[in-house]
Design a protein around this ligand. Structure first.
Ligand SMILES: O=c1ccn([C@@H]2O[C@H](COP(=O)(O)OP(=O)(O)O[C@H]3O[C@H](CO)[C@@H](O)[C@H](O)[C@H]3O)[C@@H](O)[C@H]2O)c(=O)[nH]1
Length: 488
């Protein structure tokens, strides 16, 4: 009888935040459909939140996908904190756990999986983790770093040393002039760097994590980026000269709005019937993603500006949008004032909302998934970056690609500019240019995902390169470290 060959088995660990888990889930499915066995490991806290958000209880999020024949297994790991701990309110403690404690739990669970299955060959872990190279080396696995933001952002972090030497980062009086020495990045203003590279105190816990993670990422065997070659040609070419790097985005579920895997951390409110009654392109969608907080005074100005604009809108207001200890941050009377033309909800299926013909604009924090989804749905953006890569993403959206504009040009948001810019975005006049440009960009994304498109080719190349490296690794590996056996 012919010997049956086991599929190569990959362990996939996403960063425990919504904007990272979503593309990781869909990448895991893509890889499984390319003939890999995947063990996907969520933190217990993410698992708990996702399960609570589901209307029905399934054994795990991949149960339906498995029915279609894909071999995706699922397990959980502790991030070092109690499940019910408020990570949003205590971000420093959460970051500290990910920096100092999480790797011990990952080490244990990966060790158990490796011990029980000798086909494990590879670890895919988010670039923001500080431990992948250590864990991969210990268990003899290939190390794939998964990057969920633009390549431009990766490049800035990767070249932190250059920014320091040139006095643009981590110095007393940082330079404020244009940065023009990062390989593959023509020019970028300091204000457009990720927020952490603009901060003067670089001793914070998040900086410790970033320094360690990007040091570690240099050791990865492969870098997978949720971006598109054509959108970031020069940056990606420069990165490819440093490490094997593959632009395989945008990573969406097959069919875009329909996903067999429930990934939301909050229950989704259904806006379809409400949107069905609205004219084409007449509704503004407002959401600031899953992670960043909006200052209360800005939130109040946004609410007042939306009210003044008379535009219809769907506003996703997460329970912790200002802070999880401020349950009711909206100005008094606002909800009654806008009741006839607004839907205010804690969470929704964003892809379904953006794809609805009634949506004509997106007021966004410029999270990278939101940017890619908005381009896919050809919805122009009004941008209010709040944290992390969102400042750099804003530059791409507004200055480079010209598919949207800024909500505010000052340091603080005012209701007048909110009203003015919302009306400008939704009027259908001034943003006609944006609509044509975004149509072209949608085509670029579609082409990238088509049979001979860049992302599909890059994915095929990655799979081939990974398989080649795996076969090289098939030579016997010393796994004594996993079984705990000692040399006497
Ligand atoms: O009501 C909602 C709101 C959002 N989403 C989805 O949640 C994701 C949000 O991702 P993103 O737009 O990237 O924002 P964040 O959740 O803030 O993501 C974090 O992770 C991203 C990827 O690393 C970064 O670009 C962001 O700056 C960072 O805050 C998207 O897929 C949305 O479709 C929903 O399904 N329903």
């Amino acid at each position: 009888m012919a010997e049956t060959h086991k599929k190569p088995h990959v362990i996939f660990i996403p960063f425990p935040l919504q904007g990272h888990v979503i593309p990781a889930v869909h990448l895991a499915i893509k890889l499984a459909s390319q003939g890999f066995t995947i063990t996907f490991i969520n933190t217990q806290a993410i698992h708990h939140q996702t399960s609570n958000a589901l209307p029905s209880s399934e054994p795990d999020i991949f149960a339906k996908v498995r029915e279609s024949g894909l071999d995706i297994r699922y397990t959980t790991v502790s991030d070092g904190l109690p499940i019910g701990f408020d990570r949003s309110l205590n971000l420093d403690q959460f970051t500290a756990a990910l920096l100092h404690v999480f790797s011990a739990h990952v080490d244990e669970v990966v060790g158990q999986i490796v011990k029980s299955d000798d086909s494990i060959r590879c670890l895919i872990a988010d670039t923001f983790f500080v431990w992948p190279s250590k864990i991969a080396k210990k268990f003899g696995l290939l190390n794939v770093s998964f990057w969920t933001e633009p390549a431009l952002v990766f490049s800035l972090y990767y070249h932190m040393d250059l920014l320091m030497i040139n006095g643009h980062f981590a110095c007393q009086d940082c330079r404020e002039d244009t940065i023009d020495y990062i390989p593959g990045v023509k020019a970028i203003e300091p204000k457009d760097m990720v927020s952490y590279l603009q901060e003067t105190d670089t001793t914070s816990i998040i900086h410790q994590l970033i320094f360690k993670a990007f040091n570690d990422a240099r050791n990865a065997d492969f870098l997978l980026c949720n971006t598109v070659q054509e959108l970031e040609v020069e940056t990606l070419s420069a990165l490819q000269a440093k490490m094997p790097c593959y632009a395989i985005g945008p990573i969406f579920p097959n069919g875009f709005t329909k996903s067999f895997v429930a990934t939301s951390l909050w229950s989704e409110s259904d806006c379809t019937q409400w949107l069905d009654k609205k004219p084409h392109g007449s509704v503004l969608y407002v959401s600031f993603g899953s992670f960043a907080h909006v200052a209360k005074k800005d939130l109040v100005e946004i609410a007042k500006g939306l009210s003044l604009s008379k535009v219809s809108f769907v506003w996703v207001l997460r329970p912790d949008i200002v802070s999880s200890d401020d349950a009711d941050p909206l100005p008094g009377g606002f909800e009654e004032e806008v009741a006839d033309r607004a839907m205010i909800i804690p969470w929704c299926s964003q892809r379904a909302v953006l794809a609805h013909p009634a949506i004509g604009g997106f007021l966004t924090h410029c999270g990278w998934n939101s940017v890619l989804e908005s381009i896919w749905c050809q919805v122009p953006l009004l941008s209010l970056p709040l944290l992390t890569d969102q400042f750099t993403n804003r530059k791409l959206v507004v200055d480079d690609w010209k598919i949207g504009f800024n909500l505010s040009d000052g340091k603080f948001v005012t209701k007048e500019e909110v009203c003015y810019n919302v009306k400008r975005l939704m009027s259908g006049k001034s943003e006609d240019g944006f609509r044509n440009t975004i149509k072209e960009m949608k085509k670029t994304l579609e082409n990238a995902l088509s049979c001979n498109g860049s992302s599909e080719k890059n994915m095929a190349r990655f799979v081939k390169d990974l398989r080649t490296k795996i076969s090289e690794k098939m030579k016997p590996v010393d796994r004594s470290v996993c079984t705990g056996s000692q040399n006497h």
